[in-house]
Ligand binder design. Structure first.
Ligand code: NAD
Length: 498
């Protein structure tokens, strides 16, 4: 068999093949075959990437805001012009449909657009004459070398939550993408170079736990933005902060949709399908639990089941609604929850293992699955399944539904469906979740707001992108200044009082 292409690191503006001898396979999930391999970093390669970023920081942090913004504008144009190329790459290594890949790219480009306005975001404040002849002002400065560690499910968008803002603010970056689909970030970094970004400002380092640990230990890495599953997010947060780094670590999710009896059930059914099965349920903002306030459940399940029967599952290059899961192991793990549901006394209304698939027999397929009467004690309810499995929990009242949502271990996103504005307003106030949709199933904030959840979905104070992203990648200095008037004189050892 011919040697498979090897995906290289991108360090100091150059592709550099790993010499570790340690490789991870990269699959085309719709075909179920390995198409590439990625070389995983050893310590020397981690050091090389961080050193390149450190060297670049000296000059990049001094580049004027106007020049930084001009490079970001050029980057946006390149990304817009090459969307199709990027979407094809995302599809190839992730499996999501081309249309869904375009959606991810659009949300990533939005962050680049936000970063083109960094000059406004970095403005400090100024107070004249806080005391006689004394002025106070603040300025925000970059941190230095920062690292972004990303998951498989949004190979473009999640890294783009971080590096455009970090770089616009004057930092230099090492991105460690998921080893499942690592080509996408290399491609994104190459385009940034074409837009005029100096070498070393954005580096891509491939790796697994070893590389993550090495970044967590590296004295020259000042901050880490992590996105992934909850146990690893918690670990990264605890170890990074123990090492004195600034860390934001976004974890897993289990997002509920609360359906009140007065809701528009056609809208609810459409939304449950889109948010439950889009991207094969591999979204941190997917809806995985519908909390149906009776008497709506039977009617709603009928509408969802009918819509599932119309979905096409297959190769995302062929215009299907839903593609494969990312790996064989993940597909098998997700499918195992269907048996757990049966054992726990739930009702499997639609079993995705029986889906009619328009794709290669070796692809990592699992069709949309609908499970009714799920108990909150079942692992179908408590675990993040991260696949096309939608659970229905039946409740008698708004209060019972709210209590279930608030008792959950995660707090990423949630949605309420109702025509009662008062109920929606009460919900947004009472629910302990970071991102809330009102008749909107996937309430991902636009780039000029910030993204992040509560509880097991987020560790650290600051959220991703938007104003909080700027705060995360900068630190504030406050300056108290006195320029003596030529007529001034005298000594005063106390605090100035007037
Ligand atoms: P993952 O936790 O397996 O991997 C995330 C990153 O951590 C990868 O770069 C991986 O290489 C690295 N990693 C893996 N094992 C590690 C270890 N033991 N120590 C240190 N680093 C390690 O997550 P995934 O399967 O790639 O992505 C899916 C998860 O990400 C889901 O839980 C999903 O909810 C979550 N996610 C959350 C958000 C959010 O905004 N909260 C967004 C996207 C995805």
């Amino acid at each position: 068999m011919a040697q498979l292409p090897t995906i290289a690191h991108f360090i100091d503006g150059q592709l550099i093949e790993s010499k570790s001898g340690d490789f991870s396979p990269v699959y085309d999930p719709a075909l179920g075959v390995q198409i590439r391999q990625v070389g995983l970093a050893n310590q020397a390669e981690v050091d090389l990437a961080v050193a390149a970023a450190k060297k670049a920081f000296d000059s990049w942090s001094k580049v004027s805001l106007t020049k930084r913004q001009n490079i970001l504008f050029a980057y946006r144009e390149i990304l817009n012009a090459k969307r199709d190329e990027l979407a094809a790459l995302i599809n190839e290594e992730h499996g999501k449909t081309i249309a869904d890949a375009h959606g991810e790219i659009m949300r990533g480009i939005e962050v680049v657009e936000f970063a083109t306005g960094i000059a406004h975001q970095l403005k400090g404040s100024y107070s004249e004459s806080v005391s006689t002849d004394i002025d106070v002002y603040s300025l925000r400065q970059p941190l230095g070398v920062v690292a972004a560690i990303s998951p498989f499910n949004f190979p473009a968008m999640v890294p783009m939550w971080f590096y455009p803002i970090a770089i616009a603010a004057g930092n230099t970056v090492v991105v460690k993408p998921s080893e499942k689909n690592p080509s996408v970030v290399v491609w994104l970094a190459e385009q940034f170079k074409l837009a005029g970004l100096p070498d070393g400002v954005l580096n891509v380092l491939h790796g697994n736990k070893f590389a993550v640990d090495a970044l967590l230990e590296h004295a020259d890495v000042k901050a880490i933005s992590f996105v992934g599953s909850t146990p690893i997010a918690k670990y990264v947060y605890e170890r990074g902060t123990a090492n004195g780094k600034r860390v934001q670590a976004l974890g897993g999710a289990k997002n509920h949709m609360l359906v009140l009896p007065d809701a528009d059930l056609e809208l609810v059914a459409d939304s449950a399908i889109n948010a439950g099965f889009g991207s094969a349920g591999e979204r941190c903002m997917a809806i995985s639990v519908v909390v149906a306030v009776e008497p709506v459940a039977d009617a709603l399940i009928g509408k969802i089941t009918e819509r599932i029967s119309r979905l096409t599952i297959g190769d995302g290059r062929q215009g299907c609604d839903m593609g494969p899961l990312v790996s064989r192991e993940h597909r098998d793990r997700v499918a195992s929850y269907i048996d757990i549901a049966t054992a726990d006394g739930a009702t499997v209304v639609v079993d995705g293992r029986n889906a009619n698939v328009q794709g290669d027999a070796n692809g990592f397929w699992l069709g949309p699955t609908l499970i009714d009467n799920v108990k909150t004690s079942s692992r179908v309810y408590t675990d993040e399944i991260f696949g096309p499995v939608l659970a229905i929990v039946r409740v008698k009242s708004y209060d019972e539904g709210l209590a279930i949502i608030n008792a959950g271990a995660f707090g990423n996103g949630t949605a309420i469906f109702t025509n009662d504005g008062g109920a929606a307003r009460r919900f947004q106030s009472q629910v302990e979740v970071g991102m809330i949709g009102i008749n909107v199933p996937i309430p991902v904030p636009v780039s000029y707001y910030s993204f992040g959840g509560f509880k097991g979905s987020s560790f650290g104070d600051l959220k991703a992108h938007g104003p909080q992203g700027v705060l995360f990648f900068t630190r504030e200095k406050t300056v108290t200044s006195r320029w003596l008037d030529p007529s001034h004189g005298g000594i005063n050892l106390g605090f100035p009082q007037n």
